[in-house]
Structures are given as structure tokens and as C-alpha cells.
Design a protein around this ligand. Sequence first.
Ligand SMILES: Cc1ncc(COP(=O)(O)O)c(C=O)c1O
Length: 479
Amino acid sequence: MAASQKLKMEPRMSATANQSALIANQLRDDPRLAEAKRLILEAVAEHSSKIDEIKPPNPLLADDFQTLLDAFGSIRGGNIYFPYLSSGIGNGPFVELADGSVKLDFITGIGVHGFGHSHPFVVEAGVDAATSDTVMQGNLQQNVKSYDIFKLLTEIACESGAGLKNCIISTSGAMANENSLKIAFQKHHPANRVIAFEHCFAGRTLVLSQITDKPQNRVGLPDTIEVDYIPFLDPNDPDGSTERSVTRLKEHIARHPGKHANLWMELVQGEGGYYAGSHEFFKSLIDVAHEHDIAVIADEIQSFCRTTRPFAFQHFGLDKMVDLVTLGKISQVCATLYTDEYQPAPGLISQTFTASSWAIVAAQRMVKGLIENGNFGEDGRNVQLNNHFAKGLKAIDDKYPDCVSGPYGIGGMVAFTPFNGEFEVAKDMVNRMFHKGLMSFFAGRDPTRVRFLIPIGIVEEKHIDLACGIIEDCVKEMS
Ligand SMILES: Cc1ncc(COP(=O)(O)O)c(C=O)c1O
């Protein structure tokens, strides 16, 4: 059993007599705070429990809601994608919108709300953070809880032999990725090129939009770095596609000797369409990269906590092969982990904000919560949920052939290809599902797929069955 499966919630600091000299701990133990917290949690739970099924919008709120959406759209320079503005309360996978509707949230802000909406321990983390001294923490001002999350993430990352002992947290996946690139470039200076997978998504900064293999995301932007692409694993031809990727990698290295600083690996392609690689595929590429002194960076911003292990590099058995790893979304804080060899020089990495105090407290509870909830392991919750969802999708496909085809993703990342996989068809399906109360999004091109980032900490099989019922209704309408 992985050590992470045995982790137990520990008190933040040892309860020695010395600790009670701290006024912060006296506040923490003040019975008035305990009572206030109990009342807050009781009130939230009481109201939240009224939200337990999908509901259409309330016609009485329709005009106000539309006015709000229009005003919001005009300030932000374009409408928000879905008419989604949460009212600020939900219950597990259900969320109430400001139009009075209730949606089954199976996309969770693109993978952020792993414990759904209004979960008691997330609310409690907010109260704990609100009674600490600052809203934000940063490189010049961190409190002891920052240390706790650094420690937790590095301990979990290293539990099967990886050397990722160092950690920096940041406020976005893009920033975590930027930090990893800066560290790798500095170490391999003057190498200035990146090798990445076709169809990868790395983020939207000037540099990351250059790595992200989506030309429309960099229209009008100046070129910042040189990127050479290699194909991802083709599940229909694993051996052949591995050979082709390795050949392409070697060609790029031969064409630009000594110029590649890193091999950028999104181990499970997210925006690219929910395709997972394999141990053999990644190892074949990493061996070549390391022979040429090229850093290996795993981008786990989306896949973190969604496979059989907390990290996808652990799931794929790459523990001793990755030099830097980034994580985000479900972890609430984003982070860059790296080995001792990659220690950056002073001045390279620093941020006013590393995360909000709430994000830091919630991060610990959520990551530990997933471990204690049994989400990991060969037969852990992530696998069980994926199997159940895949079974439901397969049953729809059996009934309506070629309407809902696999592969159905991995763990907490579930997807299917609707009909012929044309973008407009997938978009139509996602929109229909939204109006019937199920939230999803699309991913990939040729085919475009419908994807879900389910709230793996709390979702139950009955919610997946409800989602499959809606998907089937849409398929019926569209066939
Ligand atoms: C694999 C991957 N990397 C990086 C990012 C960028 O993260 P953020 O949007 O938090 O900047 C994302 C976001 O979807 C992602 O999926």
C-alpha cells in the first residue's frame, strides 16, 4: 500500500505546552470559535441540503439573471461560455445558479472542485483561514500552513522513489508551468528549445501559448520560444506510434544539437481529448531525452489526483525519471516540484502571491481527503467511478450505435466521442446537456470529444446514472 494511502489527518503543530504559548493557538482552541464554526457549518448544511436534484431555472428570476449575464458579458468583453453564475451554494455535485436552476456539475470549473460544492470541510477550511491574519500568502509572508502544504506535496511525490524534494507553490497552473520552464532553461542554458507532444495544452502565457499546440491560441502574439513537436501515443498502434515518436524526437535532437532544454510531457492529454500515454511510451522517450541531458517535465495540472496514484507519473511508473512536475486545479494551490539537481539560482523564482490562505488550508484537507476517501489504488474510487461511467456510456452506445464512442478516459477524467466527433456536434451536445442540467465541456479536435472532470471526492454512482440518463436523452434527440 502506498504511503499516501496511510496518511492520517495530523494536527498542524504538535500539541506541546510550548505551542500553547502562541496566541494563534489560543485563538484556535477558543471555545467561542468552535461554537461559531459549529453554527456556520450547521447553517450551511441546512441550506445546502435543500439542493439535491436538477432543477430548471425559476421564471421569476429569468429577467434579473439575463440582465446580470448581459452586464457581465459587456464588462468582460464577451459573454461567458455557459449562462453559469453560481448563486454561491451547492450540495456535493449539485450547484445552484443565480437563475434558481440546479445543475449536476461534472466539469467542476475544469477540474477544481474535487469535493463538489459547499462541502463541510472546505467551508471549515474557509473559516479557519478567515480567522488567520492575512488573505494572501507570498514569498515574503508565509505562515506555518504554507510549510505544511509544501511538506505534504513533496512527501507524496517522493513516496515511490522520486527525488522531487523541492516545491514552490503558485496561484495558477500557468505560473507553475512557467516556473518549471525557467528552472529547466536556467540549468540547461544556453539551450533554448522545448520538445512537446502534438495537441498538448500547457497554459496561456506568452511562452505557454507557444508550447500549447493550438495555433488559434497565439494569434497576434510574438514568437517567444522554439518548440518541436512529437506525436502522442496512438492507442490503436502503441508499438508503431512509440517508434514514430522516438524517431521524431531523435530527428529534432539531431537537427538542433544541444539546443533542447526540456521534454514537456502532459502525461494524460486533457484539452487534447483525454488520451493517456503508457509506461513504455514515456520511458522510451525519457531515455533518449536523458541521454542528451534534456530535462523531463511532467505537466500534471489537470491529471493530478485523477489516476490510480496522486501523481500520474507514479501511475505510469516514472518515479525515477521525472526532473520537474507541476500540479494544479483539484489541489487548490498550484505547484512546481523539482529534484535537487534543478535548484534555481537566487532571484529566478519569487511571487508576491503564492496562494490565498483558504486555498492553502483547503489544499491540505482536499489532498488528504482524497487519500483517506480511497480514491487511489488499482481498485480505488477513481477507477471505480471511471468503470461505472464507462459502463453507462457503453450501454448508450450499444442502444444507439456509433453515438457515444470511447475511449472513455482515465480515472477521474472521463470522455466520449459524440457521433462523428465533429466540433459542431460536440458543442451542440454539450449545450443540450447544460440545458438539461448536466455540466460538461469539450476537448480535442478531429474528433472533438465531450469530457467530464467529475467531483471525485464526493460523486456517487447514482449521480453518474443520472448523468447517463441525460446523455441518452440528448443522443435520442440528436440521432
Ligand atoms: C495540462 C494543463 N496545463 C496547464 C494548464 C493551465 O492552468 P491554469 O489555467 O490554471 O493556468 C491547464 C489548464 O487547463 C492544463 O490542463
